[in-house]
Design a protein around this ligand. Structure first.
Ligand SMILES: C[S@@+](CC[C@H](N)C(=O)[O-])C[C@H]1O[C@@H](n2cnc3c(N)ncnc32)[C@H](O)[C@@H]1O
Length: 215
């Protein structure tokens, strides 16, 4: 997701330590630890939250669950945080940073679900490792999920087919597959990108996968 540099974003994140932080020293960040402690076994992760429509809607809809948003672009993190503040939800925490840098710090945290919503497709073969469904990422999700669901939706059919094949090759079970998803799953919400694609009549692809047997 591209956008202009927002110079207010970093100060906004620093001014709201109970709602957001940057991606360093998470294990000594008392606000983040308190959030994890409150969430206990009711924690959901979204990687690449963008402008925050999805995570804010989900948090309002499912007030007994806790949502961790990760967004690597600082300016977009700022927009996401504004959306979280506007929604007045108390069950979301945003980490502004790259999932790859955050992962070693949350390696022992377990999630009930991980959402990848319209991830960057990185169409060039030489960028394959950056795709959020590359096998290197799947190994990390396997650890964080402990058998629970990975939920992917994307407008990009090549990215979707790549993800489906990669998941199968890595022995994930595909429990749901839809090439024309109509936003009819209650455990879901519209994202900023998705709204734009729907308005352009572009089909949304969605799958749910798990890797059981390692609990
Ligand atoms: C195409 S946008 C989609 C945003 C949002 N999920 C939506 O559907 O509206 C992808 C977002 O993922 C973020 N992103 C990509 N790779 C990431 C990573 N490794 N860690 C955290 N965020 C990432 C990008 O900065 C971008 O904002």
């Amino acid at each position: 997701m591209r956008g202009r540099f927002k110079k207010w974003a970093e100060p906004l994140i620093n001014e709201n330590p109970k709602l957001a932080c940057f991606d360093y020293e998470l294990n000594s960040n008392q606000n983040f630890l308190e959030f994890l402690n409150k969430a206990k076994d009711n924690l959901i992760l979204e990687i690449g939250s963008g402008k925050g429509k999805f995570i804010s809607s989900m948090a309002s809809k499912f007030s007994s669950l806790y949502f961790l948003a990760i967004e690597k672009n600082v300016s977009i993190s700022g927009i996401c945080l504004k959306e979280i503040i506007k929604s007045e939800v108390g069950n979301v925490f945003l980490i502004s940073g790259d999932f790859e840098k955050i992962y070693p710090q949350i390696i022992n945290t377990k999630f009930n679900a991980i959402f990848l919503n319209h991830p960057d497709p990185w169409p060039k073969k030489r960028h394959e490792k950056r795709r959020l469904t590359h096998p290197n990422f799947l190994l990390k999700y396997e650890n964080l999920l402990n058998g629970n669901n990975l939920i992917l939706k994307t407008d990009n059919l090549d990215m979707f087919n790549y993800s489906l094949e990669t998941l199968k090759e890595n022995n994930w079970n595909i429990t749901y597959l839809n090439y024309d998803y109509k936003q009819d799953d209650n455990f879901d919400a519209l994202t900023n990108y998705e709204e734009m694609f729907i308005n352009k009549n572009i089909k949304i692809n969605r799958l749910i996968a798990n890797k059981k047997g390692n609990k």
